[in-house]
Design a protein around this ligand. Structure first.
Ligand SMILES: [Zn+2]
Length: 158
């Protein structure tokens, strides 16, 4: 049996914060605000996995009122939901994601992002796709005020 899940996440960008996407530190003047490391890409994938197994969303499992998740490494949160899916009898088949960020350009970071995400998702590198878009100078992403990510994950019963 196959299950599909979708995820979406946005973080406000501000100066003095580190920008982390897919567990990779991105050289940037601005980074994501948030209780955890504000990794929008990893959060969207986490929600996609939870969606595929009908287990609510990231806020249910890792509430920002819980000090355990303050500055949390989001790859570890993703690893927990992949484990949760495995407890339900599912493994990841593939994942596809799009990051929307005005700057910097993410292409140089893509191989490392995909490698880290593939490792946590338990799949081969060619089963994880990350794409990047800008906001074309429009909306909050285009103004450099936000980073947004969308993800789709396919699970299969092991
Ligand atoms: Zn988030």
């Amino acid at each position: 049996m196959l299950r599909i899940g979708i995820g979406h996440d946005t973080h406000r960008l501000s100066e003095g914060r580190a920008l982390i996407l897919g567990g990779v530190f991105i050289e940037s003047e601005r980074g994501g605000e948030g209780h955890s490391d504000a990794d929008a890409l990893t959060h969207s994938l986490t929600d996609a996995v939870l969606g595929a197994i009908c287990e609510g969303d990231i806020g249910v499992h890792f509430p920002d009122s819980d000090p355990r998740w303050k500055d949390a490494d989001s790859l570890q949160l993703l690893a927990r939901v992949v484990w949760l899916a495995s407890q339900r009898g599912f493994h990841v088949v593939n994942a596809d994601a799009t990051v929307m960020l005005e700057r910097p350009r993410l292409r140089p970071y893509m191989p490392e992002m995909r490698r880290k995400l593939a490792e946590v998702l338990g799949v081969d590198l060619e089963c994880v796709s990350v794409k990047a878009k800008t906001g074309e100078g429009l909306d909050a992403v285009g103004a450099g005020a936000a980073v947004t990510a969308q993800a789709v994950v396919l699970l299969e019963r092991t």
